[in-house]
Write a protein that binds this ligand. Structure first.
Ligand code: IVH
Length: 686
């Protein structure tokens, strides 16, 4: 090594490290929405990297963070695949098999009998999520494959990288060049409940359980949304050619030391009694875990013995699952009551003799709809099965046979057959059942209290107008006291009226009014969502708002025209048309318009192919007097240009301010690239 390379080396190292660090930060900032570095620190590091890259032109890399704009990251990742499919399908290195199931001590004993004498068995929890296979090459996470068909899976690495407990890189020198870790991706109970609550608010279909929610989440094309939902993962199986350890347990311990998320609930057992004790303990204790489990997994500990036992076509012989019995309880159905939702759907609710289920006491459960009740012939006085499975809301899943005594009291004749009420239990309006739907609805949208309150709750909710301080109880109180009868009344609220309410004072009044004032800046797409038009959820509202830039254009759209919008089918189109046909809605809309809500969208942003700078790569250098660097960057983008960090022969021109870096200036001169002053630039884009 000559003297120069010795001096250069640490700086080249620094350059590489900075690229990695900034690349990760870009991802965390733009994709995950969770930066771990201040903007200032980021900018400083970016400048340092630009300087280093200028010092070592031979290290030019088009993939460097200096060469692409961070905010394009997620989009450019997506657009890579022209077919529209974003996930790459990749063959598994080792097939991803499933496990044979068992349900009793006898079945476990039978499995153990086929194993070598005195074998050690590792007991683990069986996590109820989706299996994932993580590939690490030279310590770097390079792939994250779903099980797929067992032979090949989808690479969902961008989504997997949103899981904080999964390392992107292992910085150790005692790891093999390649290893694979398998585990389960899960949506913790808490996150599942939040997600379903949001979906309920937006009238999107609920996920039946955390596993379905995790599965839906992992398939999303938007890692930002994946990150927001908050997946987690537990790893339970390490594979590879040159791995340390002779037992499964040792391997998991090693993986834990390398920084992987391995459950603490792992136990080496010497006989079936110990296994059964583990099962008994976790069958109760699992109810306190943050994630769903549906059984335990038993694995032969010794790896040589595992190899000897091998696999059948579908499952390993060295492992078996034991499934916990489903969480169901039998209890008395005391009464059926009815709940009316914001859209008028009337849901039958079972009022039960309280019963202990999955760690909580359950006394109400859904009976779904009229058809369900009739098909099971359920009546008050029956003993019914209630299940809390994965769902937040417990549900009735069956009925016990009626014994003679009960049959006598129930006098099972047709007159006693259950019948759904024909009027709304809340407002008395005659219920309607829409053709093809299982639900009965109350049509009295403007006069039925739960519908009125539900619409206001939806309007103020976080993803709609986001008005703080107006919670369910406050809305109920305002409604009872005549302050709120519809969403437009919100904008007529006066400080003195609010402050005069029970539990509220001056301060709450100011907060609420500030929230209401701020809502006037909420963009048009969210206002449209907030109106609560049936089946127009957040995403649909966005898509509609993109095509219909204002309420005035939307108002006159025909159902046929609306159907041309992505995601809008005949049902949604009809709901929109009907909404605008209702004079009461038009009156409310007029009041909201007077209040100053955004009924018009911003002009659609440039896509990058338009504008005077289309196709141009521009480097900004130096300091400016009319605008900040960031403002110039935004102008470049808004005019279709691309900001790049360092000068190359592809650079179209340099927007040059005062004190431009000498290296950049020299490079520009060498390559014959134009230096443009800020005045010239502003003139050009005028
Ligand atoms: S081991 C070759 N361990 O259960 C055996 N699987 O029903 C590899 N699962 O596909 C699997 N917790 O998705 C193993 N502690 C655990 C597990 C576990 C959950 C899942 C896994 C597997 C499925 C089989």
């Amino acid at each position: 090594m000559d003297l120069f390379s010795q001096i250069e080396e640490p700086e080249r190292e620094e350059l590489r490290a900075l690229r990695k660090e900034l690349e990760e930060q870009n991802y965390k900032y733009y994709v995950l929405n969770a930066p771990t570095m201040s903007d200032r620190e980021f900018d400083e590091k970016m400048h340092r990297l630009q300087d280093l890259e200028a010092m070592f032109p031979d290290m030019f890399d088009p993939k460097s963070p200096t060469q692409h704009v961070g905010s394009d990251l997620a989009e450019s990742r997506k657009s890579k695949d022209k077919s529209g499919k974003t996930f790459q399908t990749v063959k598994h290195k080792y097939p991803m098999l499933s496990l044979a199931n068992s349900y009793s001590r006898e079945e476990i004993e039978e499995w153990v009998r086929k194993l070598p004498q005195g074998v050690e068995i590792v007991c683990e929890l069986k996590y109820d999520g989706l299996s994932i296979s993580l590939w690490y090459e030279h310590g770097v996470l390079v792939r994250a494959l779903t099980r797929g068909d067992g032979q090949q899976g989808d690479d969902v690495i961008d989504n997997i990288k949103t899981i904080p407990s999964i390392p992107w890189r292992i910085e150790r020198n005692d790891i093999p060049d390649f290893f694979e870790l398998r585990g389960e991706v899960l949506l913790p109970w808490e996150r599942f409940e939040v997600l379903n609550k949001e979906r309920e608010e937006q009238e999107e279909p609920l996920f039946a359980n955390p596993r379905n929610a995790a599965s839906g989440t992992l398939k999303l094309q938007d890692p930002r949304e994946v990150a927001r939902r908050g997946l987690d993962a537990y790893l339970y199986y390490m594979l590879g050619d040159h791995l340390p350890g002779t037992t499964h347990y040792e391997r998991l311990e090693t993986a834990k030391q390398w920084g992987f998320h391995i459950s603490d609930a792992i136990k080496v057992c010497k006989n079936v009694d110990e296994v059964m004790a583990y099962i008994a303990y976790w069958d109760t204790e699992r109810k306190n875990l943050p994630v769903a489990t549906d059984g335990i997994v038993l694995k032969v500990n010794n790896l040589a013995q595992q190899e000897e036992l091998g696999f059948t076509a579908k499952t390993p012989r060295w492992a078996i699952a034991y499934k916990f019995p489903a969480e169901k309880q039998l209890t008395l159905l005391k009464e059926i009551t009815y709940q009316v939702g914001r859209t008028g759907v009337v849901t039958p609710v079972a009022n039960l003799e309280p019963v202990q289920l999955s760690g909580t006491i359950v006394q109400r459960a859904t009976l779904h709809n009229e058809d369900f009740i009739k098909s099971l012939d359920i009546r008050p006085g029956d003993r019914v099965w209630v299940e809390k499975g994965g769902e937040i809301i417990p549900k009735i899943v069956g009925r016990a046979d009626r014994n003679d005594e009960m049959s006598a009291t129930l006098s099972l004749n047709d007159e006693m057959m259950y019948s759904f009420p024909d009027v709304c239990p809340e407002c008395g309006a005659k219920l309607v059942r829409v053709e093809g739907e299982a639900a009965w609805r109350c049509p009295n949208e403007a006069g039925c209290p739960p519908q009125i309150k539900g619409k206001i709750e939806h309007f103020v909710s976080r993803k709609a107008m986001n008005i703080d301080g107006l919670g369910e109880e406050t809305i109920d109180m305002f409604y009872q006291n005549g302050l709120l009868k519809n969403i437009a009344d919100i904008y007529d609220l006066k400080a003195e009226d609010i402050a005069a309410q029970e539990r509220l004072g001056e301060k709450s009044a100011q907060n609420i009014l500030a929230g209401i004032e701020a809502s006037k800046n909420v963009p048009w797409s969210r206002v449209l969502f907030a109106l609560g038009i049936r089946m127009v959820g957040e995403t649909t509202a966005k898509k509609i708002a993109r095509v219909y830039n204002s309420i005035d254009t939307l108002q006159w759209a025909t159902a046929e025209q609306l159907c041309a919008i992505e995601d809008v089918g005949p049902q949604i189109a009809e709901n929109i048309v009907k909404y605008f046909e209702d004079l009461r809605n038009l009156e409310i809309l007029e009041r909201l318009r007077q209040a100053g809500l955004q009924f018009e969208g911003e002009a659609s942003p440039f896509t990058g192919n338009e504008g005077v700078l289309a196709g141009q790569s521009i480097v900004i250098s130096g300091t400016f007097s009319h605008h900040s660097r960031d403002e110039y960057k935004a102008m470049i983008e808004a005019n279709g240009g691309k900001n790049v960090g360092s000068v190359s022969k592809k650079t179209s021109f340099i927007l040059a301010g005062e004190n431009m870096g000498p290296e950049k200036r020299k490079k520009a001169e060498d390559l014959g690239i134009r230096l443009m002053t800020e005045d010239e630039f502003l003139e050009m884009i005028k």
